[in-house]
Design a protein around this ligand. Structure first.
Ligand SMILES: Cc1cc2nc3c(=O)[nH]c(=O)nc-3n(C[C@H](O)[C@H](O)[C@H](O)COP(=O)(O)O)c2cc1C
Length: 258
């Protein structure tokens, strides 16, 4: 049995997790955001694959906490980072955490995807998106093959000091970033943002989302809002949004409506 754990804001990582699940059987697939509500997190399997997006050259905070908390009993453990341009030290961080816990990684790999950090970079052009989606598919299928053959690949290339600096600045600033989220008049109070937020950072009060500092800055609320009503500095209701084209909002739901 292969157990696949993923964290995803805009569906890229979920898409790769599902593709791996199609190619590696028997398998089960789990959303890390939902698993984090369990206590304890004990994982027993022949192989465990953890997939997550690179955030500021490191792992998302929730994934770091998951790796620290999970008790993994498996003879083969893989970590795969999806990324928009350069995953930096994301895989090295996962590798370090698991090594310290005496459950070292057997395999580490990066999966190039469409860059989803739209608040900084905007949405890529259609040609770039198409190219990156094809790269994601090819890389995911290649990883599935290597993991299926139980290949070992522990070398994780990273320029750690730079990654660590960018990451610590990001983690410190993340609490402030949340102040940038605003809600435009278009908001119809549907609550989808609260139900898809992997961090559980959004509550609906008087029919409007209210954001809290546990936000991972994953961009889910901005990109999945059906009214484009979630705003962030230069992202307005007129701005283009992004999510993986083969993933739907319904696939991303973490919690039920209140
Ligand atoms: C806050 C944030 C930080 C990011 N940092 C990086 C990064 O350091 N390197 C990189 O290549 N991509 C970075 N990205 C892009 C994502 O890693 C990439 O688009 C990923 O596939 C998104 O996965 P998802 O759709 O499952 O959320 C970042 C995205 C966000 C939202």
């Amino acid at each position: 049995m292969t157990k696949i754990y993923y964290f995803s804001g805009t569906g890229n990582t979920l898409w790769s997790a599902r593709r791996l699940a199609e190619l590696l059987t028997p398998r089960e697939i789990f959303n890390i955001a939902a698993e984090m509500r369990r206590e304890p997190i004990t994982i027993e399997a022949d192989a465990v694959i953890v997939l997550f997006p690179a955030y500021a050259y490191q792992t998302p905070s929730m994934v770091r906490r998951f790796l620290l908390r999970a008790e993994i009993r498996a003879s083969y453990i893989a970590a795969l980072a999806t990324f928009g341009s350069d995953p930096g030290g994301a895989l090295a961080e996962a590798s370090r955490i698991l090594k310290r816990k005496k459950t070292p990684l057997s395999f580490a790999g990066g999966i190039p995807c469409v860059e989803n950090y739209i608040t900084i970079f905007g949405v890529p052009s259609p040609a770039t998106k198409e190219k990156r989606l094809a790269m994601q598919k090819a890389a995911t299928e290649n990883m599935a093959r290597m993991i299926g053959e139980r290949k070992t690949r522990r070398v994780v290339l990273t320029f750690r000091p730079f990654s660590a600096l960018v990451s610590s600045l990001f983690r410190a600033a993340k609490r402030l970033f949340v102040k940038g989220y605003k809600v435009a008049d278009q908001c119809n109070g549907c609550g989808l943002c609260a139900r898809i937020c992997p961090a559980g950072a959004i509550v609906i009060i008087e029919n409007k989302p209210v954001f809290s500092s546990v936000c991972e800055h994953c961009q889910a609320c901005l990109n999945w809002c059906p009214m484009r009503a979630v705003r962030y500095i230069r992202i307005t209701p007129d701005s283009e949004r992004y999510h993986h084209p083969e993933v739907k909002a319904a696939d991303m739901l973490i919690r039920d409506a209140d």
